[in-house]
Design a binder for this molecule. Structure first.
Ligand SMILES: [Zn+2]
Length: 130
């Protein structure tokens, strides 16, 4: 049984933003085409349709005229929190937030700043100058 009938392209296309995620992309796509997000979401679920089904990448890719694998890569990619580089996420991999070991340390340092050094807290010296 070959029922691989994919939906046709939507009239208005938007550019997927790296790392924005599936939900955000579908919301923007629905808005651009003046349709309800809930309607579009359901439309993208593989038959048999249900309200709690997850949208199919193949159907989503078909309505935007893109390759499912490349669309998935773009939407599910992560942006490095330290340097801003967009890193592609291996499917099923751990949700890393940084692109390299150096950035991982940088992000850690930002989250856990060292206590201020004692030399920086000398209001007496500034007061004495004036
Ligand atoms: Zn980085």
């Amino acid at each position: 049984m070959t029922m691989s009938h994919l939906p046709s392209r939507l009239p208005r296309q938007i550019r997927p933003v790296a790392g924005e995620g599936l939900t955000s992309f579908i919301e923007r796509l629905a808005t651009a085409n003046h349709i309800k997000t809930s309607y579009l979401r359901r439309y993208l679920v593989d038959p048999p349709w249900s309200w709690n089904g997850s949208p199919s990448w193949e159907r989503l890719a078909a309505v935007v005229g893109r390759e499912p694998s490349s669309l998935k890569k773009i939407l599910l990619s992560r942006q490095c929190v330290a340097c801003g580089v967009v890193t592609f996420q291996p499917v099923g991999g751990s949700p890393r937030q940084t692109c390299s070991q150096a950035c991982r340390q940088e992000a850690y340092r930002r989250r856990n700043p060292k206590p201020q050094k004692e030399e920086n807290t000398q209001p007496a010296q500034a007061a004495a100058r004036s």
